[in-house]
Ligand binder design. Sequence first.
Ligand code: G1P
Ligand code: ZN
Length: 546
Amino acid sequence: MTSSVLRVTLDQPFADQKPGTSGLRKSSRQFETPHYLESFIEAILRTVPGVAGGTLVVGGDGRYGNLRAIDVISRMAAAHGVARLITTTDGILSTPAASNLIRKHGAVAGIILSASHNPGGPEGDFGVKVNGANGGPAPESLTDAIYACSQTLDGYRIVEAPSISLEAPGQHAIAALTLEVIDGVDDYLALMQQLFDFDQIGDLLRNNYPIAFDAMHAVTGPYAKRLLEGLLGAPKGTVRNAVPLEDFGGGHPDPNLTYAHELAELLLQGDDYRFGAACDGDGDRNMILGRRCFVNPSDSLAVLTANATLAPAYADGLAGVARSMPTSAAVDVVAKQLGIACYETPTGWKFFGNLLDAGRITLCGEESFGTGSNHIREKDGLWAVLFWLQLLARKRTSVAAIMADHWSRFGRHYYSRHDYEAIASDRAHGLYDRLKGLLPSLAGERFAGRAIATADDFSYTDPVDGSLTTGQGLRLLLDDGSRVVFRLSGTGTQGATLRVYLESYVSPEGQLQQDPQLALADLIQAADQLAEIKLRTGMGVPTVIT
Ligand code: G1P
Ligand code: ZN
């Protein structure tokens, strides 16, 4: 078949193609604007090193726009001389599975089509994420270069060819490019089998240990079905909402107590299940629940760290751990006791990449339901679920008992995040800038009955490459170890989102089991007073409380 390269000229470049914390995320409608997607892809293909003659991986979470984007990317990759493009049946590829494929096939990069946990569909959001050769989110230097390229773009190149069906595995040619359609689940399952003891976990799940997994009609459905109901023998129906839908069934595929409330009710109010879990749109986030027990993600990282040697992959111990700055310090306490390094990074998985590549850390996580390890370079929802099942299979106890035991050994970090979503952008920035201006005068001041020890805007020097990242969130560190952090989200698509992170520590001796909202009530009130949140946003309560 003959195919020709079409050169499309642009009158002017798109101004709003600046990638945020996780790639370029905009409304599906915006991505349908003529030449919009193509422009960003052109900037990627011109900027990523090794594109000509190299291998690329592409796939996505199945949302509206996924297949069209794969078609466009395939034909543009062909026009840019990419030798091999690996994609998956139906274009379904979770973010962690993509990270694995990039590493496995020595790809120069991966392009992941997802807006993560944001709703999908024609009226929802779409997104394009770029991952580098190590399998992790592109570092800021690369995303900045892609953005700069997109700002001066005069046109793009695309091969004119009929689109290729991705319904079955197979090989196709687009000009000189080989398009390989592979099963997107196989390699991921093989990787998980290397990390965990499937006999032990299977033994648990086959023997009257009912669990519920909610795929939220997003990408993890096919993975979880084969993993939990197939290889591990859990009963049929264990995986709920297992079929990926273009609009996630109208839901918001974010595994938290608000958006995964059906699962939360099953576990927190009912007695039918021993364990529950959910993953987000693209499969990198996880929520862990036990019977009448919610595990906050900061605690989850601490528990996995404390018990890591129970999983075959980590039996020899951990090199070190890392958490993002707003994540609670629960893991710090464990790391100290284990005598391993603990790093505090800015928000966003890309900051873990260098530490993982350098072998300085084995596990890492964020408060935003992200947990992962050195097996890939992304957070990994199903990996976290399997890790918890591994602990349960070894300990033969309940999730609640694991938590109680953990707190009695290490103390408890009461923790909550309050999100104020879709605030008018100028109001949010007004609030934030005012607070930032106040910081220098706050040290030594009283706050919720404590003294403010430090008030600063978090910055980070990467210990591996020495790069400096500034402006990562306003921190109030109090003299009793409590913290309050204010950040503006980098992933929202409507207005601005203010996140307030609250944390206080109670030592093993001072144990008093309490609802975190009660334990943190004085900090919550003081934070509102200082930042004038209600006043300036006009919102009486947060949109989401985690
Ligand atoms: C949010 C989370 C952050 C995570 C990112 C991508 O970013 O808070 O931890 O890395 O999504 O999943 P934010 O909207 O806060 O910038
Ligand atoms: Zn995600």
